[in-house]
Structures are given as structure tokens and as C-alpha cells.
Design a protein. Structure first.
Length: 143
């Protein structure tokens, strides 16, 4: 996977992370920011990612949503059976609309929020011909 955010987007995200209250789960309080909510079901919220990826699988990202269970959990395996079935319906509906589905494992060091969430990423166009990533200093070039 290439760097999903540009250097500028990463800096904005890192700056935002410094302002987040680490004593409470921001996903448990998503309804407080109603502008972010795209869809609400019995057990889930589908929300716009505040810091969407700009590139995924080498393609430009045109929409980036998150499926977040209303039950605070760090893994899909802890969902009650009814919620698990609902999750599959939501994922299937968005997958049929050409969204890519991505979830990090509970112990992943790349996961910035412990509350389980699944990325729905819609891409467009052909993959970039060239992607160059240098992590230190952070540089990403795409052609």
C-alpha cells in the first residue's frame, strides 16, 4: 500500500490528533457531530472520514466513509449476531456501489482509534503510473 494521505493531509491529521481528548472515545460520540453522519442503522453509523485518504491502491479517492458500530468494541468478532448480520448488509450495499472495504486488526499499531471501524473507499481512474514514497522526511510523489 502506498501512503494514503499527502504530506499536507498527514500534517493536518497529526495536528488534529493532538487536540483529541484521549480520555473518551471519539467514535462513541459521533452523533454529536451530525454533519459527519451519512446513514444510521440499528447498530451502526456510516460517517464521512474527517481526514480521508487521497490515494488508495494507486488510484485517486473520490469518497471515504467509515462504518462504525454504536457498540464500543475493538473487534468485529465481539458484535452480537444481529449486528454482525447488519454489518454484512451494509458492507454488501456499499461494495455493490464500487467501494473498497478495509479494516485493520485490533492490535494494529497503525490503528489510531481503538473503536472498531471499517473504511469504505471509493476510487476513480486508472492506477497512477508512478508512486514514490519516502517516509523520512515524509514525501509522496504520484504521476
Amino acid at each position: 500500500m502506498t501512503a494514503p494521505r499527502s504530506r499536507k493531509e498527514t500534517k493536518l491529521y497529526d495536528k488534529y490528533q493532538l487536540t483529541v481528548d484521549k480520555t473518551r472515545c471519539s467514535f462513541c460520540h459521533l452523533k454529536e457531530n451530525g454533519d459527519q453522519v451519512v446513514e444510521e442503522t440499528d447498530s451502526f453509523l456510516v460517517v464521512r472520514n474527517l481526514f480521508p485518504y487521497s490515494i488508495w491502491d494507486g488510484q485517486e479517492v473520490v469518497d471515504h466513509l467509515l462504518v462504525v458500530p454504536t457498540l464500543h468494541t475493538d473487534t468485529l468478532s465481539k458484535l452480537p449476531p444481529a449486528a454482525a448480520a447488519e454489518f454484512l448488509q451494509i458492507i454488501g450495499r456499499y461494495e455493490s456501489q464500487s467501494y473498497n472495504v478495509y479494516t485493520r486488526a485490533p492490535g494494529s499499531h497503525m490503528k489510531s482509534i481503538v473503536h472498531q471501524h471499517t473504511h469504505l473507499i471509493k476510487t476513480v481512474g486508472l492506477p497512477k503510473k508512478f508512486v514514490f514514497l519516502l517516509r523520512k522526511p515524509y514525501i509522496r510523489v504520484t504521476l
